[in-house]
Write a protein that binds this ligand. Structure first.
Ligand code: PRT
Ligand code: ZN
Length: 290
């Protein structure tokens, strides 16, 4: 295989998305050959090369065809305005771009921001949000980093910044009043399509990524139950294919195994207990291939 037969993916070199991006590619069975400090890595088991970049540069690289794919926050994609296509939502790097004001400002909804100063690293997203809401006369102050200190310095009346746990806002006595967008890491490709051999490789990679993502959100649940409850238990396991049912040595008892969406697990477990299930065992799934 020559270098011409390989595709490229751009990931963040150093930051919040770097570890999780590599972890996802690693669990997709690519066998990454990483060297500390290098701007480039190769996969041994898949014709894919990884380019490490600052996250702000990734959408432009993908738009211009210098990289076929990229992993980056949706917030960065929107802010750069790059012409790229979003292929997959990757479920990590979740955050919200929110407008927040000092607790004592007397402002509690975005309509009151007309004529005020808002500091942000996301002027493009913010101005289109304000225009969409018909909020006029806002002075957008573009700042790279430490946006949250600007109200205390009387540089701005409000901030528009990324929030995940909310502790940074709290520390600076700021209160969120509006969510401008929700974001997470996304897999992107150029908007203009690509040659068919590349598309085939991208499809194979997406299939692997989806199997890993699905596995993360799913748990394998095993339980013992009275045979008479099987029908009720089967109904309590929503959206799943037929569960595995095995006889137990004790007469009238069975073991039921099934994959369950993680966020529904506790609701399902409560029902299972009502139907007489015991010894409910939950184990992680590494891959889930349909
Ligand atoms: O060097 P490079 O340009 O590549 O990195 P960067 O410094 O621009 O980005 P980085 O690594 O900080 O973030 C990369 C991406 O992670 C962002 O573009 C988002 O998509 C995503 N992300 C998820 C976040 C956060 N959560 C987050 N909480 N990015 C930044 N923050 C910051 C926020 O700006 C604020 O300062 O964390 C603080 C708030 O966090 P909480 O937990 O206190 O609310
Ligand atoms: Zn950045």
């Amino acid at each position: 295989m020559t270098d011409q037969d390989r595709i490229k993916i751009a990931v963040q070199k150093k930051g919040r998305l770097s570890g999780k991006s590599l972890e996802l590619l690693g669990s997709s069975g690519l066998d990454l050959e990483l060297h500390l400090g290098r701007l480039f890595a190769r996969c041994r088991k898949f014709p894919l090369d990884i380019i490490f970049l600052r996250d702000d540069d990734i959408p432009g690289y993908v738009q211009d065809g210098n990289s076929d794919l990229g992993i980056v926050g949706r917030n960065v994609v929107e802010e750069t305005g790059a012409r790229v296509e979003r292929l997959e939502d990757l479920g990590f790097g979740r955050c919200e771009l929110a407008i927040a004001v000092p607790g004592k400002s007397g402002i509690d909804e975005s309509g009151q921001l007309a004529g005020k100063r808002i500091a942000t690293s996301y002027p493009r997203i913010l101005s289109s949000f304000l225009a969409g809401e018909g909020i006029l006369g806002v002075e957008i102050i573009e700042i790279n980093g430490s946006v949250e200190i600007t109200p205390a310095m009387d540089v701005a009346d409000a901030v528009c910044d990324l929030v995940s746990t909310g502790s940074t806002l709290k520390l600076h006595e700021l209160v969120p009043i509006e969510t401008v967008m929700s974001s997470e890491a996304v897999l992107i490709a150029g908007a203009g399509g690509m040659e068919s051999w590349k598309e085939d490789l991208v499809d194979r990679l997406r299939f692997r990524i989806r199997s890993c993502l699905r596995a993360r959100n799913t748990k394998y649940v095993m339980m013992n139950a009275p045979e008479a409850s099987l029908e009720k238990i089967r109904k309590a396991l929503p959206g799943m294919k037929s569960p595995t049912v095995l006889p137990l040595a004790r007469k009238g008892m069975i073991a039921v195994h099934s994959a369950v969406p993680e966020d529904e697990f506790w609701d399902i477990a409560e029902q299972l207990k009502v139907f007489g299930a015991t010894d409910i065992l939950v184990v992680p799934i590494e891959k889930l291939v349909f």
